[in-house]
Design a protein around this ligand. Structure first.
Ligand code: ACO
Ligand code: OAA
Length: 368
């Protein structure tokens, strides 16, 4: 390669993979997951259905769904030494770093670690999905000097996840809102974390390593870390007026406003954000407190008028999680936990039809 090749910063619009898993059809404004539309699925399916769809290629029938949910809710075997390791981490460790450490440590306990077959990878993905709620919640709790919590295996996957977070058995409608958030976060084509996981998998590295890299990628506030950043920003204001003022000040200082904009939906609202906004409305009605919804809507207006930018999923996920009583530090780990279904499907696809990722550069250094 002697002459300069076309360089696209941030690989914007570059096709990095062929995949049968998902596609953002921006013309039709559809998020396609294995031939199904995610927003349609969010109306009558739940997270377990999507896990099945992502990892098996089809929506489950009622028996398959029961079997899968049972497998995930009873699959809890985090080694005590991993818990001890998490408890040793300094208090200031970010929960995403705790999760990354816990997830990474699990690899040593997989006696079949070198097996990259479809069956072995699927078994691993299910085991991880079973353990992730506990790893997510307990890495947060142990870092903060709290006791580890045990799952309640009588509850559904999502109800148990929320129960472990808040310590209270959720009402059915709360578990439903939380489940819908997991579904919306489950898979989204080729974001940075998925690309990261596929790049790692392409060296024949294992699922744990690929997912561990995925956690690091998702932590950043240009990606998954935006959901917690949105909540910190909302908490800086106490009224609609204060929030509008805060946004104007940030814009004057040329700061990025978390929860707005998207590489693929830049000038349109993320379809998932609309569904999440409905969940926020539902929560506000139930709790008789609409302040957060009013603030978010005012923020939407400011950003549309000032920048022509629209909310992404993280903008509405943050107030929804807040109103469900979830600690802010868990917002991004929950996103990762939900995305594990999609990431695992991508790693499996990469392993099954692999070519090493190894791009080139345009050299702009000293002449030679
Ligand atoms: C579920 C998810 O992971 S969704 C993403 C969550 N991340 C965020 O919410 C963080 C805030 N948003 C952003 O930083 C961006 O919109 C991104 C990174 C998500 C996508 O942006 P990119 O495609 O890389 O575009 P880029 O950052 O180059 O922005 C293009 C222009 O829009 C502006 N812009 C983009 N997003 C924002 C924002 N949130 N606030 C203010 N300005 C913004 C940029 O400043 C830039 O303006 P300029 O051309 O005048 O310099
Ligand atoms: O697609 C992206 O770049 C980021 C995103 O919305 C996601 O991962 O859900």
């Amino acid at each position: 390669m002697s002459t300069k090749e076309k360089y696209v910063p941030g690989l914007d619009g570059v096709i990095a993979s062929e995949t049968a898993i998902s596609f953002l059809d921006t013309e039709q404004e559809k998020i396609i997951i294995r031939g199904h539309e995610l927003i349609e699925l969010s109306k009558s399916n739940d997270y377990i259905d999507i896990v099945h769809l992502l990892l098996n290629g089809t929506l489950p029938d009622s028996t398959e769904k029961l079997v899968l949910e049972k497998e995930l809710t009873t699959n809890y075997d985090i080694p005590t030494d991993v818990m001890k390791l998490l408890a040793l981490l300094p208090k200031q460790t970010h929960p995403m770093d705790g999760l990354r450490t816990g997830l990474s440590a699990l690899s040593g306990y997989d006696e079949d670690i070198e097996n990259r077959s479809l069956e072995a990878n699927k078994r691993r993905a299910y085991a991880l999905l079973g353990n992730l709620p506990a790893i997510t919640v307990n890495s947060y709790r142990l870092i903060h000097g709290q006791e580890a919590v045990q799952p309640n295996q009588e509850l559904s996957y999502s109800a148990n996840f929320l129960y472990m977070i808040t310590g209270e058995e959720p009402e059915a409608w709360e578990a439903e809102i939380f489940d819908r958030s997991l579904l919306l976060y489950s898979e989204h084509e080729m974001p940075n974390s998925t690309f990261t996981a596929r790049v790692i998998a392409s060296t024949n590295s294992d699922l744990y390593g690929a997912l561990t890299g995925g956690v690091a990628s998702l932590k950043g506030n240009l990606h998954g870390g935006a959901n917690e950043a949105v909540m910190y920003m909302l908490n800086e204001a106490k009224s609609v007026g204060e929030f509008e003022e805060l946004l104007q000040k940030k814009l004057m200082k040329k700061e990025k406003i978390m929860g707005f904009g998207h590489r693929v939906y830049m000038k349109k609202m993320d379809p998932r954000a609309l569904v999440m906004k409905e969940s926020l409305k539902q929560l506000c009605d139930k709790k008789g407190d609409s302040l957060l919804l009013e603030m978010c809507e005012a923020g939407e207006k400011v950003m549309r008028e000032e920048k022509g930018l629209y909310p992404n999923l993280d903008y509405y996920a943050a107030p929804v999680y807040w109103m469900l009583g979830i600690p802010i530090g868990l917002y991004t780990p929950i996103f990762f936990s939900a995305r594990t279904a999609g990431l695992a499907a991508h790693v499996i696809e990469q392993h099954n039809n692999n070519r090493l990722f190894r791009p080139r550069v345009n050299y702009i250094g000293e002449s030679y």
